[in-house]
Structures are given as structure tokens and as C-alpha cells.
Design a protein around this ligand. Structure first.
Ligand SMILES: Nc1nc2c(c(=O)[nH]1)N[C@H]1C(S)=C(S)[C@@H](COP(=O)(O)O)O[C@H]1N2
Ligand SMILES: [Mo]
Length: 325
């Protein structure tokens, strides 16, 4: 007999408030056209399941576990179990559900090149393992707050984004940093052509240099799981989770505010700044409280996800901006 066991952390579909389901009229029409096309396409054998890609073992494994930096605490919360974090993910390249762990295993994370371009002294490309070995790895415990009103905690391993900025030497004219996820590899999400691929995100240079902005290479004392954004992702814990872009291949420095994936999809719901604020509701739900994905406890959401002492200063003088969506 086939029995489906629902784990404690699996929120029934009807209770979830996914960020991606709302499509405006134009994309809804595209969706219907594409859905018709997709029905015909199912006669073609599935590439993803036909090919089994075996990844090579992580060549930087010897760097783990890295020493924990005790500066950053969890505000009394427990670390979310790895099993839970590894099975409840947003990674639209591999599907719009939370169950992308299996599908994401097809992502080939070596070789992996990171490209630096735009307003920098000298554009360059660097292999992920060379980059990681140049950087001071440490472990940090961070809280993570998704715009969908759930939260988790993670022991990340990585290095300050400021260290990358230092290596890159942006020109004084650069005001923003754009980050981009891979699109040169097969992933089922790319067939959903109404999404504005590739996934992009952006920060101001001041935000990128904030001590909390962290580039993640590992978690739980090991190299990062693919579903969590291997081999290089961002963690900006004072912002809603969608800012923490996964599987980065490019950092581009610019003087214009970059267009981001979610803003391009639905600007009225997801903006550039996306700082956590319990008092500013999402157009479709409240942000006043959040649900822990392990314990299902609800707690009040904190301004800047509780990281105000580190980041609030950066937003002085920007009160006219849409800082909270
Ligand atoms: N490339 C890419 N990065 C992404 C996403 C995505 O779909 N694609 N989802 C974002 C969202 S909405 C969240 S909440 C976090 C989820 O990270 P986690 O799965 O490690 O919890 O990743 C963010 N980074
Ligand atoms: Mo999210």
C-alpha cells in the first residue's frame, strides 16, 4: 500500500501563500497559451529524468567545518534541522513547489565560473574553487524570513560579501551590484517561459558592504546542498528571502538600480528593497507574524527581521523609497 506521510513541516498547499501564483492578465494569458503547448510537449520524453547527471565531489570539502563567528545569534530559536531545511525550499528554476530537492540534484555545480563585470577596475572570471580558497570562510547562524510568512534558521558557512567587493574593486561611479543565477544549464523551471529568467537580484554597494551581507558556500558544516543554492548564494537576513539569490554566476556593478526577478514579474508585490517590516502587509496577506517551519509556532515578525542594529542606519534619508515591499 502506498501511504503518503506528511512531515510536520509540510504546510498543506491550501494553507500556503506562494509568492509565485499571482499572475497578472498578460502573464495569465501567456500561461494559457503555454499550458496548451506544454500538453502537446508531454509526448516528448523528459530530458531531466532521462539523463542522470553525476556531480563530482566538492573540491573544497576540506575547508569544512569552518569556525563559527559567535557574533550572530538566533534570538532564542533553535537551529532548523538540516533534513527540514533541505526539503522545504523555494528554487523556481526547479519548480514552483517547496519540493525541489530531488529535481535540483540535476544541477551540475562543477565546473562553475563566476563572472565579474560592469563598473569595475578590471572585469574577470574566476572558478568557484579559486574564489572560495581566496576567502576567509566562517560559520554564522542566521534567521531567514520568507515573504510568504514562514521562517527558519540556518548555520551557513561562507564569507562576507564585502570581501568580494574588496577583491573586485568597483569604480566610484558604481552604486549597485546586480547578481544573476545560472541559465546555461538545463532546469525544468526554464520551460515556464513566463518567468523573467534568469533570476536576478540587486543590492546597493552600501548594502553589499554591510557586515551582515554574506556569500554562502556551505551549511551545517559541509558544502551547501544544491536545493539551497550551491555552489554560491547570498544571505541577507534583514530582507525577505527572495533577495537571497541562489547559485550565482555573475556579479555586475552598475550605476542604475537593477531589475530583479520578482519585481519584473509583479512589481506591485515585490520591490527592490524588500526589508522585513511587520507593519507593511503584502498586498495579499499580513506580515505581522511568521510561522516556524519546524515547530509551526507563530511569532511576531520583527522590523528588519531583528537585525535593525546592523542595518537601520543605511536607510536614513531613503524614507521616500518603497523600503518594505
Ligand atoms: N535563483 C533563485 N534564488 C532564489 C529563489 C529562486 O527561486 N531562485 N527563491 C528565493 C526565495 S523566495 C527564498 S525564500 C529563498 C529560499 O531559500 P532556501 O530554499 O534555502 O530556504 O531563496 C531565494 N533565492
Ligand atoms: Mo521566499
Amino acid at each position: 500500500m502506498h501511504v503518503i506521510h506528511r512531515r510536520g513541516w509540510e504546510i498543506p498547499e491550501r494553507q500556503a501563500t506562494p509568492e509565485g501564483v499571482y499572475l497578472n492578465h498578460l502573464s495569465r494569458r501567456n500561461f494559457l497559451n503555454i499550458a496548451a503547448g506544454a500538453a502537446a510537449a508531454t509526448l516528448v520524453p523528459e530530458l531531466a529524468s532521462a539523463q542522470r547527471v553525476t556531480d563530482i565531489p566538492d573540491p573544497t570539502k576540506d575547508l569544512y567545518p569552518a569556525k563559527r563567528n559567535e557574533t550572530y545569534g538566533l534570538d532564542g530559536r533553535a537551529i532548523t534541522p538540516e533534513e527540514t531545511n533541505g526539503n522545504y525550499n523555494n528554487f523556481y528554476e526547479f519548480g514552483a513547489s517547496k519540493s525541489v530537492a530531488k529535481a535540483s540534484q540535476q544541477l551540475k555545480t562543477r565546473p562553475w565560473t563566476v563572472k565579474i563585470d560592469g563598473m569595475v577596475e578590471k572585469p574577470f572570471e574566476i572558478a568557484i574553487d579559486d574564489l572560495v580558497r581566496k576567502m576567509p570562510l566562517e560559520e554564522r547562524l542566521y534567521r531567514h524570513r520568507c515573504v510568504e510568512a514562514w521562517s527558519m534558521t540556518i548555520p551557513w558557512t561562507g564569507f562576507p560579501l564585502a570581501k568580494l567587493v574588496e577583491l573586485v574593486k568597483p569604480l566610484a561611479s558604481a552604486k549597485y551590484m546586480m547578481m544573476q543565477t545560472f541559465q546555461d544549464k538545463d532546469a525544468p523551471g526554464f520551460r515556464q517561459v513566463w518567468y523573467p529568467w534568469p533570476y536576478t537580484e540587486g543590492l546597493t554597494i552600501a548594502e553589499a558592504n554591510n557586515e551582515l551581507a554574506f556569500l554562502v558556500t556551505g551549511m551545517y558544516g559541509k558544502p551547501a546542498l544544491k536545493q539551497m543554492g550551491a555552489p554560491l548564494r547570498l544571505a541577507v537576513p534583514w530582507k525577505y528571502g527572495f533577495k537571497s539569490i541562489k547559485s550565482i554566476v555573475r556579479f555586475s556593478f552598475t550605476d542604475k538600480q537593477p531589475s530583479t526577478f520578482w519585481e519584473a514579474l509583479q512589481a506591485s508585490e515585490y520591490g527592490f528593497w524588500a526589508n522585513v517590516n511587520p507593519e507593511v502587509p503584502h498586498p495579499r496577506w499580513s506580515q505581522a507574524t511568521e510561522e516556524d517551519i519546524t515547530t509551526h509556532e507563530r511569532r511576531p515578525t520583527q522590523l528588519f527581521n531583528g537585525y535593525g542594529p546592523y542595518v537601520a542606519e543605511m536607510y536614513k534619508g531613503l524614507e521616500k523609497e518603497r523600503l518594505w515591499v
